[in-house]
Write a protein that binds this ligand. Structure first.
Ligand SMILES: [Fe+2]
Ligand SMILES: [Fe+2]
Length: 189
């Protein structure tokens, strides 16, 4: 049997330094933007921990989108070993598959909505920029451009009022930060 504590530990072990911290921030964001909403907290916690496992070296597969791969791993290897109901497992698998901001399909449950909007918020703001630059490559212009595509890819797509408010604030901070970066570097990145 597999429980949330073991999944949490594996996220720490397999997540290469970024996975666990990102997941912990997403959980915090879920709490903030989900305040006052009715959702299955247990199912969503599983979904948050498992949502990026398909990007971890142990499970990543070249050419397979990480969200889809995370779904496969969760659905076939992890969730069947938990005591979650079949219905909860299905909700978790769907939420994982639909979380990525490049996926334009609509959400299918409140849990999938909360996971994706919390995940997107962690791609915005100063934390969002820092994550892009940490990811690399060591070419600042590439990372700068990628930070801009985060803004254009996510702006205007959040639907939960609290998430919209946070997104607006974080996008303003991103623009400010990128502006400062450009000033200090004389535009030479
Ligand atoms: Fe992801
Ligand atoms: Fe993520």
């Amino acid at each position: 049997m597999m429980d949330l504590e073991q999944i949490k530990q594996s996220t720490l072990d397999l997540g290469q330094g970024w996975g666990f911290a990102h997941t912990t921030r997403v959980l915090k964001l879920v709490e903030i933007i989900g305040f006052g909403l009715e959702y299955d907290k247990e199912a969503l916690s599983y979904a948050v921990y498992l949502h990026d496992w398909g990007a971890f070296p142990k499970y990543a597969q070249p050419g397979v989108d990480h969200a889809l791969r995370s779904r496969q791993v969760a659905k076939t290897e992890i969730l069947p070993a938990t005591c979650l109901s079949a219905a909860a497992q299905a909700v978790i698998a769907e939420a994982i598959e639909l979380h990525d901001f490049r996926d334009k399909r609509p959400h299918t449950s409140i849990e999938s909505l909360l996971l994706r909007e919390a995940d997107w918020l962690d791609m915005l703001g100063v934390i969002g920029i820092v994550r892009v630059f940490a990811w690399g490559p060591n070419n600042l212009q590439t990372c700068y451009d990628r930070s801009l595509t985060r803004i254009t890819g996510i702006q205007g797509r959040l639907t939960i009022p609290k998430a919209q408010e946070l997104a607006e604030q974080r996008i303003a901070r991103m623009k400010q930060t990128l502006q400062l970066l450009e000033e200090e570097s004389f535009g030479i990145l």
